[in-house]
Design a protein. Structure first.
Lengths: 415, 145
């Protein structure tokens, strides 16, 4: 048995955590799988698989519709999941928890409902160069529709938001600030609390794209004091196709529905409709009920492990991987902010990330290569692409060792 | 899955020292190839002599497969007529998708390893599509993603 590197906490029983993830038990291309692409999508523990199966096997019917028992059971399961989400992010009320397809849909809900109602020509929306396309493109679309202008705060060489520049860009014309909590491409943790304070001082609401933060950081929307918080289930060990928009109740109350249909109404005549109250107002149509149930189970799984324990473990792996990769000749780490989470992005002299990805894959190592749906940040660093390894609660020191060894193999191959 | 099949010595050599790299100025035609998901960028410039491709250069950045493929292509197509180039592409494409024919493709045969890596066919074919766009004077960027 290998000694546990000093950077890792021996009290965190990663072997037991791994055993909960059936998909990790297999071999890929003849080698035991090393899954280092959790930032793109994490894997699911048995607890999630079981919860979804139990729901589909015993509880399913449509929610909020029938007087029959199954419909009540399904509604209970769905609403229990909403309460779990509320507790997980410490929202004040379940009325502030809107189930959506994922982070992307959550942001589109805000740009379409809040944005179209509140932005006019001359207004500005302020984002950063670190954003994922999901927190850029919807804003571009609503800006094009309303005549508002999209501004982006620049970065430092280490891949942090330049806060002085941010402060200057925050102007009397700014109507919304929309920022990532953690950068998906670089792993940089943004100073959300500080940015919220700056924005609120000018009466500007803040939307936080929490897709990357939700599995790694303690997310407390009331402590952050943000106005919207968006995340996806599949990044936090839950199913795909389910996600959450948290919104401050007073803002959600004032916003018009985005999509119309069943569920979101109280009464409908051919002439007009009365909309339902929160959160149903924003959940038109039959929702992804089993997805919500799976997400609830995933959040309970994370609570069971303890977010500080997971974060500390991942931080150890990040330090191990950063040191291991940086020590290899011709390897450059991209994004070296002191505050980083679970992501190591790198390039190799003379070797395209795509080739790195293919060679690692042949060794059973799954990483992401490309622009990570964050082309502006790639452009910012003058890179067409990077290779990115990202960690989850199940990642271990062997994964990092195999990664570093794999990168050595890449170098040998290309000479 | 044998990596040595994909990254044969000829591929690695052409990746390291791509032939016909650069830009022709002036050029009779130019085309732009972009595979944004991979981060591959390729510009092809060429000069014609009637129906014959008199000269071409390519430049840009990409993975070893896309750079080597462009380099190998540039050597293979120079001096050929449009129709021959089209035929050659059909043969190379067949080779890369696992249906090699009988014809001798010379050095281009080194791309045969791509067949085992379906995700990489788009890398190896970007240069051919870009060349085709230049030959047909297509202005819009080309992509194989």
């Amino acid at each position: 048995m290998n000694a546990i590197p000093a950077m890792l906490d021996p009290a965190y029983d990663v072997a037991r955590v791994r055993a909960e993830f059936p998909i990790l038990q297999q071999s890929i291309n003849g080698r035991p799988l090393v899954y280092l692409d959790s930032a793109a999508s994490s894997q699911r523990p048995r607890a999630v698989l079981r919860a979804v199966e139990h729901y589909e096997t015993h509880l399913h019917a449509n929610v909020h519709r029938g007087v029959h028992t199954l419909s009540q059971w399904a509604t209970d399961a769905y609403e229990r999941a909403r309460e779990t989400v509320r507790r997980f992010i410490n929202a004040a009320s379940t009325r502030e928890i809107i189930f959506v397809r994922g982070t992307t849909e959550a942001i589109n809900l805000v740009t379409n409902s809040w944005g179209r109602g509140n932005l006019t020509a001359g207004d500005e929306v302020l984002i950063t160069y670190l954003e994922h396309h999901a927190n850029i493109v919807p804003w571009q679309m609503v800006c094009a529709a309303t005549g508002a202008r999209l501004r982006a705060a620049p970065l430092t060489a280490a891949g942090e938001v330049d806060l002085d520049a941010f402060r200057k860009l925050l102007s009397p014309r700014t109507r919304m600030v929309a920022i990532a909590h953690i950068s998906n491409a670089l792993g940089t943790v943004l100073p959300v609390r500080e940015i919220v304070r700056m924005a609120h001082a000018q009466g500007v609401p803040v939307l936080v794209d929490g897709a990357q933060a939700i599995p790694h950081a303690e997310v407390d929307v009331r402590a952050l004091d943000c106005d919207f918080y968006a995340f996806s289930g599949h990044k936090v060990y839950g199913p795909t196709g389910i996600g959450v928009l948290y919104g401050r109740e007073s803002l959600l109350e004032a916003m018009p529905p985005w999509q119309g249909g069943g569920e979101m109404i109280l009464s409908v005549s051919i002439e007009s409709s009365t909309y339902n109250s929160l959160p149903a107002k924003f959940e038109a149509g039959t929702p992804n009920i089993s997805g919500a149930v799976g997400l609830g189970a995933a959040l309970e799984f994370v609570e069971g492990l303890g977010r500080p324990a997971i974060a500390a473990h991942e931080h150890g792996l990040l330090a191990l991987a950063s040191a291991g990769l940086a020590a290899l000749p011709g390897v450059r780490l991209v994004g070296t902010a002191p505050g980083k989470a679970a992501v190591v992005s790198f390039t190799m002299d003379g070797i395209h990330p795509h080739d790195i990805g293919t060679i690692l894959d042949s060794e059973g190592i799954a990483i992401r290569t490309g622009h990570h749906c964050a082309m502006p940040v790639m452009e910012y660093f003058g890179l067409p692409a990077t290779a990115r390894a990202s960690f989850g609660c199940y990642s271990n020191a062997q994964d990092v060792e195999r990664l570093v060894q794999g990168v050595r193999t890449v170098r040998e191959m290309f000479g | 899955m044998d990596l040595k099949e994909l990254y044969r010595d000829v591929i690695l050599d052409h990746n390291r020292s791509p032939r016909n790299f650069g830009r022709l100025e002036p050029a009779d035609a130019t085309a732009v190839g972009r595979n944004p998901l991979c981060g591959d960028k390729l510009d092809v410039t060429l000069r014609m002599d009637g129906d014959r491709l008199a000269d071409l250069r390519f430049e840009g950045q990409g993975c070893a497969i896309s750079v080597a493929s462009a380099s190998l292509m540039s050597e293979a197509v120079k001096g050929r007529r449009r129709e021959e180039i089209e035929q050659l592409y059909q043969q190379v494409h067949a080779l890369m998708t696992g249906h090699p024919g009988d014809s001798d493709l010379g050095k281009l045969a080194a791309l045969g390893g791509v067949a085992e890596f379906p995700a990489r066919v788009k890398c190896a074919s970007l240069c051919w599509h870009t060349l085709n766009a230049a030959l047909s004077d297509t202005r819009a960027p080309v992509s194989t993603e």
